[in-house]
Structure formats: C-alpha cells, structure tokens
Design a binder for this molecule. Structure first.
Ligand code: AKB
Length: 320
C-alpha cells in the first residue's frame, strides 16, 4: 500500500489532489503538508497535516520516516509570473526543494511524482504540436528550474533507482482553490469575473494560444502515471500531456454560450505576455497516450459548463 506525503498541499493542485488520494488510498495513508503552520478544516478532519518547509531537509526526512512514507508527491513550487519578479526565490524553492525531496526519497526508498510544465519550453521550441522530445531553451527562471528538475529526476532514477515520474502540466483551471502567481491564471480569473461582473479584462493579449486543462483531468493524470506499469515508461519525468489549447477570446465565446452579455476586454501585462509568447501553442501528447494510456475527458465546452455551474454554487450566485 502506498503511504504518500504531498508537499505544497494547500495550493491549487494539492487542495484537490489530497482529497482524491485519501479517497483512493485511505485517509490514514495520505499525509498533507505545506509551509503553512495550519491547514483548512477539511484537510485536518480527514487525515494528518504536517507543516514542512521543503527547504528544511532535516524536517522533511523526519516527517517521511515518522509516517513510513514510500511515495512523495512534490508540488511545492514558485510559478512563472512570481518567478520573474523573484528569480532567486524561485531558484531556491524549485531547485533546492526538489533536491531535498529527491535526497529523502533516495534515503527512504520512496517514489517521487513532481510536475514539470509547458514552461520547460522556450521561444526556439516548435510552437504547434510541440513534440515530446525537442529543443528546451526556456527564457524564464521558472522554465529553467523545470528543465533542470526534469533532468534531476531522470538522474535520480538512472543513478539511484528512485522511481521518479512527472508530467508537463499546461495551465490548470479549477474552482476549489485559486492558482498562485502563474501566467495562465487568467483562464481561472475569467470565470470568477464572468459570474460576479459579467465582464473580464485580460492581461493576456487576444490571439495568444496556450495549452490548458481542467483540474479533474490533471488529478487523473497524476493517479494514472503513479500507478502506470514502470516497464512501459520510457520518458518517466516529463510527459507532454494536453487537453485543449485556446486564446482568451476562445474562452469568452464559450462563456457567452452560458452568459450571453459577457464582455471581454484587454489590458495586457507585458511581463506575463512575454512569458506566454515564449511558450508553445499546443503540445503533442502522443507519447503519454502510448506509454501509459493518457486520455483527457474535458474539452473547452465541457469544462466551461462544469466550471460555471460549480463556481456559481461556491460563490452563492446565479449567472443564467
Ligand atoms: C504558470 O502559468 O506558471 C503555470 C504553468 C503553466 O506551469 N500555470
């Protein structure tokens, strides 16, 4: 049976992943952790929570040993936009945090799942249907740490036999917890504003396509890859996965099918626009499909219908 520690567990992914993992592996087998001293009631009431800074290697090791952890899902990271305003912090948390996790995994014989990102690509990468194996020369600190992280995870697998696995996440869209400091966050904020004010001002320019995914598919990818037959995994740490690719105006068209008077305008943020322009328009995920059966369930239409319904319920609002 897996005994799992989730780092960065109170973020956009962790908040949902922990509850799903507890449902699958049992509440007692999933330890939530983050740098925060305390956690929301729904996490504390369903299992153990540990306050752990991933830069504190000693505490990380102690927590893993105390709970007999054999699988770490490492989510603690600084995202792209914050990474450009604080590159030193991004380097420290994303590189040294991952290094500490891999070292603890090596010492305790644990597996590691940690996500990479579309940010691992840069302006010299083929933009459309970006291949699994291609040029990786990102121009953001976040991207640099993601490429280095992919390599470091490969190294720990080859050198020490640590069972490392990961996917390259696109922008993730969800209604439970807000994303924190990414370039793709507009695709979440737009739904909040559509329900609250029937309009949204996008900091990403018209025509800027990026890969996106609804959170249930992202969670499924983590579970499916963690359970995948290791003998079939050739790439392990950096699978391209994809579900949909859109620009802000494409999302507005979908939202207008539910809220006809929704209006989108633009006030482009040059920093986040430059990051978005350096990323692919869409990834080719055929390797993930072939090696472990990846298949998303949500397209832009299905996601938008579900997102508006669930978010309106959460905000106590009607939008029809
Ligand atoms: C970001 O925008 O920084 C993240 C990502 C694509 O990794 N959502």
């Amino acid at each position: 049976m897996k005994k799992i520690l989730v780092t960065g567990g109170l973020g956009q992914i962790g908040t949902e992943l922990i509850m799903t993992l507890r449902g699958v592996y049992g509440n007692e087998n999933v330890i939530a952790s983050s740098i925060e001293p305390d956690c929301p009631d729904f996490i504390r009431e369903t299992g153990v929570y540990e306050s752990v800074d991933v830069l504190d290697a000693k505490k990380l090791g102690e927590v893993c040993r105390k709970h007999d952890i054999n699988q770490i899902v490492h989510l603690a990271a600084i995202l792209s936009a914050v990474g450009e305003s604080k590159p030193q912090l991004a380097y420290d948390i994303n590189m040294n945090g991952l290094f500490n996790v891999l070292e603890v995994a090596r010492e305790t014989g644990s597996g590691v799942f940690t996500p990479s990102s579309i940010a691992a690509f840069g302006p010299s990468t083929p933009k459309d249907m970006t291949p699994q194996d291609t040029v990786q020369r990102p121009t953001t600190m976040y991207g640099v740490t993601k490429v280095a992280g992919e390599l470091l995870c490969d190294y720990y697998h080859q050198r020490y036999g640590v069972d490392t696995r990961g996917v390259r996440f696109p922008g993730l869209i969800s209604y439970k917890a807000l994303p924190g400091g990414g370039t793709t966050d507009y695709a979440v904020h737009i739904y909040y504003e559509a329900i609250k004010n029937r309009k949204y001002t996008s900091y990403i320019a018209q025509g800027t396509k990026m890969d996106m995914m609804y959170m249930p598919d992202a969670i499924k990818s983590i579970l499916d890859l963690m359970e995948a037959d290791p003998s079939k995994l050739i790439h392990r740490n950096a699978f391209n996965i994809a579900a949909m690719s859109f620009a802000p105006e494409d999302l507005a068209v979908e939202i207008m099918k539910h809220i006809p008077d929704f209006r989108l305008d633009y006030a482009v943020d040059p920093v986040r626009q430059e990051i978005a322009d350096s990323w692919p328009n869409s990834l080719d995920d055929s390797t993930a499909r072939a090696e472990w059966g990846w298949k998303p369930e949500y397209d832009i239409a299905k996601m938008t219908a579900d997102m508006l319904e669930k978010l309106a319920e959460k905000l106590g609002k009607t939008y029809k």
